[in-house]
Design a binder for this molecule. Sequence first.
Ligand code: FAD
Length: 490
Amino acid sequence: MFNGKGKIQQINALVSPANYHNPTPKPYYDFVVLGGGTAGLIAALGANALGANVALIESRHMGGDCLNTGCVPSKGLIELAQKYHTSRMFIEKFGQTLNLDTSSWVQASQHARAKIAPHDAVDRFVKMGLDIFMSKASFENPHVVALETGEKLRFKKAAICTGASAKRLLIEGVDAADVLTNESIFHLATLPGKLLVIGSGPIGCEMAQAFSRLGTKVTIVTQSKRLFEQNDISISRLMQNVFAQENIDIHFDAHIEKVVPRGSTKYVVVRSCAARIEVQFDKILMAVGRVPNTEGLKLYEAGVDVDQKAIVVDRYLRTSQKHIFASGDVIGNTMFTHHADAQSRVLVQNAFTPFSKKAVFATPKVTYTQPEVATICAPGVSFSDCKQVTMSFDKVDRAVIKDRDQALVHVYIDEKQHIQGAEIVHPIAGEILPQLQLAMQHKMKLGDFSSMMYAYPTESEILRKIGDRQRAQRFTPLLQKISRWMVKWL
Ligand SMILES: Cc1cc2nc3c(=O)[nH]c(=O)nc-3n(C[C@H](O)[C@H](O)[C@H](O)COP(=O)(O)OP(=O)(O)OC[C@H]3O[C@@H](n4cnc5c(N)ncnc54)[C@H](O)[C@@H]3O)c2cc1C
């Protein structure tokens, strides 16, 4: 029998050990990093590798959102939901039923976390020579950080990597509701019967589908006019169909007017341009965006500017104080682990080497619904300025065999046929996308995929097929004439 609490204690002993004592601060640090999430850890490790003496301060858990309340537990849960869904669908074909032990869903998210936690353990970084302080940090002046535990750290350079937290909407009566965020949803003791998800971004969509697949009745209320609003309309339609087939209700262009408790039952009043209706729920998941964690940092003491709570940086990740840098979710915009990681590598290069680099990336974005939706776009490019080349997976034998023929690829090319971006809907879209990403990076043309030999039958073959089609278009009437002549005379 899974002991959820035991597993969580075991993880905490690694990433926020209760018996840990902060080291005695050195008189001076080359580099102080605030925040021990992906951005902070990569920045601290990079600077340490270059020979800087580094202090890293973390107020809660090493590993930040990604390990503790974000990517890892959510993908653990999604994995369980998918396995359960697939097994249930298969078994039901034979008139059987499959029941899920409700404790196993907590196990799934914490099990994944437990396996990955040793990478982010405090002890690991201490052994690498970093001074780790478990405390909340704020600035005392542009060269000193003060810790809640009393220490003061004097530094030459610093990086602010304090991440972001779930945004909360102020809704009438919401205090009477059980409102969950990514902080609490992976610790529920039982599955909610009815879950209301507010917001249809990546977190809202992923959690809505996962809970629905585990047996919860899910309703999404969103201000958006369609799912995957940033993507091509064909992707929205495809995903809305999937969600409808999985019995997930969605109210588009809508907002929650108020929460109404009625006896032991709770309702929300949902207002859209089409109607004003009541929806019953047990729990609410707030998934309406993320707010950078800058409150309490006393950035004014350091002279670091913020805009709408996000730290303002230039393209070299320097704040308004040139010796203080920032990276990751705290600077807003693109909030992904790999983006935070990439930024922090650039940050270290800019802080400690003479070779400055701009933090401008083509960042891949994957939403881990089933099917996954993966997108990439070259910096400064808009899909609307490109030519869209589309192919559906019904042209690919392996996808047909696997019943995945509804999936599709859109590749965006410029007038010279260079790849500028792509959108893929496919069960493993995130694994197919990097081929296009590499092609973009090496300024390849879409037709170049034609010369690539793929093993048969694989689903990646779709790229060769698109390449073939693209190349065939270059076979102009003149070339056809020359070819006919050659066939005859050679
Ligand atoms: C539910 C969910 C699912 C996600 N799934 C994915 C995914 O699949 N793929 C992906 O790429 N991204 C995903 N993300 C986003 C990803 O988690 C973040 O982009 C990533 O964690 C950002 O790293 P960071 O270091 O900037 O911030 P964080 O990971 O938030 O780390 C910041 C750290 O700073 C600490 N801190 C804050 N204030 C202070 C202070 N004053 N003093 C000291 N320490 C402080 C915090 O405790 C925290 O540990 C997901 C996020 C959520 C919420």
